[in-house]
Design a protein around this ligand. Structure first.
Ligand SMILES: Cc1ncc(COP(=O)(O)O)c(C=O)c1O
Length: 380
C-alpha cells in the first residue's frame, strides 16, 4: 500500500532526539529550531517526560470518559495555576483543529448565534469549521464552505465594529500571533477592541493558542500581553511535547451540559500523563522565563542583520522575513548547516524551538544564519 501523498517531505529519517538536537539514521546531528511545528515544548526525550509516560504505561494507558480519571483534574489544576486562569473549566481532546471545532461549537451553543469572525491569513486547522475559519481557499473543500464565517482584515477596528452591528456574531477567533500567516503579532489594542465588542454583543472571544500558547512567548498565552481574558482558549501543539493532546479552557460564564461536547480518546490516562509532565517541566525548569530571555536575545541579534526585511514575534516564536532573492536560506540552513527551521509564505523563516533552547544553541544558529546570508547573496 502507498502512503497518501499530501506532504512535500525532506529526505531525512530522524531516529533519535535529545533536547534541541535530533539525529538521522546515518548519525548526522541536527539542531532543531522547528520542534516538529512548535510541538516539542520541553525538548526531545526529556527525562522527566519519558519517565512519567513510562510509569503511566505500566499502570494503565487508556480508558474512556465513562469513568473517573483523576489525572484530568490534576492536569486542570496545574494548567489553572500556571496559566493564571484558575476559575476556567478544561475540556480535553486530541488536536488543535479539534480544540477549535469544540470552541466554535460551544460558543454557538452558549449564545445561540451562528456567525463567526475570523481574520485574513488566519490558520485554525483542517477539519470542518476549523478549516472554514482558515483563510486559505486551497484547503477548503466545497463541503466545508459556509456563509457563517466573516473574514475581516487584520487590525482593522472599523470593519470589526461594522461586522458586529447586526448583532449576529457568535464568536471571534484569533491567534495571539499568527503562525502559518507569517508570525504576525496581534496588536494589543486590537485584542482589547475584540474583548469590548464581544462583551457588548454577548459574543465569545476564542483565543487560538494552539501555536502561540503554552509559554512559547514568555507568557502562558500570548493574548495575555493585551491584559485581557478570552472566553475560550484553544491549545494543542506544545501541550504534550509530541503526544497527541489538545484542549480548550472555558470561562466560568459558559455552563456545561451533558452532550454538548464529547470524545473517545480525549483526556485518556497516557495523554494526561504527557500533559502533566510538560507542565511540571515548564514550572520546574522555568521554561517560560527561558523562552523570554533566549527569544529576546535571538530577536535582538536578528534585527542587526541588514539583509533581513523584518523580524517579528515574541519569545521563541520568531519570524524572519527575507527578501525574494534570499529564497534559499531555509534549505541551506537544513542541508548545509543541519538546522531545522519552519517557513511561511512568501519568504519567512520561522523559529519554533523547544522552550529550553540554550543560548549556545541560539548562537550556533546565528552563526550559521550569518554564513547563509553571505553565501546566498554572493550566489544571487
Ligand atoms: C494556530 C493554529 N491553530 C490550529 C492548528 C491546527 O492544529 P492541528 O494540526 O493539531 O489540528 C494549527 C496547526 O498548525 C495552528 O497553527
Amino acid at each position: 500500500m502507498n502512503l497518501f501523498d499530501v506532504y512535500p517531505i525532506n529526505p531525512i529519517n530522524i531516529v533519535k532526539g535529545a533536547g534541541s538536537l535530533v539525529y538521522d539514521d546515518k548519525g548526522t546531528e541536527y539542531l532543531d529550531l522547528y520542534g516538529g511545528h512548535a510541538v516539542i515544548s520541553i525538548g526531545h526525550t526529556h527525562p522527566h517526560y519519558v519517565k512519567r509516560l513510562e510509569d503511566q504505561l505500566h499502570q494503565i494507558g487508556f480508558y474512556s470518559n465513562s469513568i473517573e480519571i483523576p489525572l484530568q483534574k490534576q492536569l486542570a489544576d496545574k494548567l489553572g495555576k500556571i496559566s493564571g486562569k484558575e476559575d476556567y473549566q478544561l475540556f480535553l481532546c486530541n488536536s488543535g483543529a479539534e480544540a477549535n471545532e469544540n470552541a466554535l461549537k460551544l460558543a454557538s451553543f452558549y449564545n445561540g448565534k451562528k456567525k463567526v469572525i475570523a481574520f485574513r491569513k488566519a490558520f485554525h486547522g483542517r477539519t470542518s469549521l476549523a478549516v472554514a475559519v482558515t483563510d486559505n481557499p486551497n484547503i477548503v473543500a466545497p463541503v466545508n464552505e459556509t456563509d457563517n464565517v466573516i473574514f475581516l482584515p487584520w487590525n482593522d477596528e472599523t470593519s470589526l465594529e461594522h461586522a458586529f452591528a447586526a448583532n449576529e456574531i457568535s464568536s471571534v477567533i484569533i491567534e495571539g500571533i499568527q503562525g502559518v500567516g507569517g508570525i504576525q503579532v496581534a496588536p494589543v489594542n486590537f485584542l482589547k477592541k475584540i474583548r469590548s465588542l464581544c462583551d457588548e454583543y454577548n459574543a465569545v472571544f476564542i483565543a487560538d493558542s494552539v501555536q502561540c500558547g503554552y509559554g512559547r512567548t514568555g507568557k502562558f498565552f500570548s493574548h495575555d500581553f493585551a491584559g485581557i481574558d478570552a472566553d475560550i482558549y484553544s491549545m494543542a501543539k506544545g501541550m504534550g511535547n509530541g503526544f497527541p493532546i489538545g484542549g480548550i479552557i472555558i470561562s466560568p460564564k459558559i455552563k456545561p451540559a451533558y452532550g454538548m461536547l464529547g470524545t473517545t480518546f480525549g483526556g485518556n490516562h497516557l495523554a494526561c500523563a504527557a500533559g502533566l509532565a510538560v507542565l511540571e517541566t515548564i514550572e520546574q525548569d522555568n521554561l517560560m522565563e527561558n523562552a523570554a530571555v533566549v527569544g529576546g536575545y535571538l530577536i535582538d541579534k536578528l534585527k542587526k542583520f541588514n539583509q533581513v526585511t523584518e523580524v517579528r514575534g515574541r519569545g521563541l516564536m520568531i519570524g524572519i522575513e527575507l527578501p525574494a532573492e534570499l529564497a534559499n536560506v531555509k534549505k541551506e540552513l537544513l542541508f548545509k548547516h543541519n538546522i531545522f527551521t519552519g517557513e511561511a509564505k512568501p519568504n519567512v523563516v520561522r523559529l519554533l524551538p523547544a522552550l529550553n533552547l540554550t543560548k549556545a544553541h541560539a548562537d550556533r544558529f546565528l552563526e550559521a544564519f550569518s554564513k547563509t546570508l553571505t553565501n546566498s547573496l554572493s550566489i544571487a
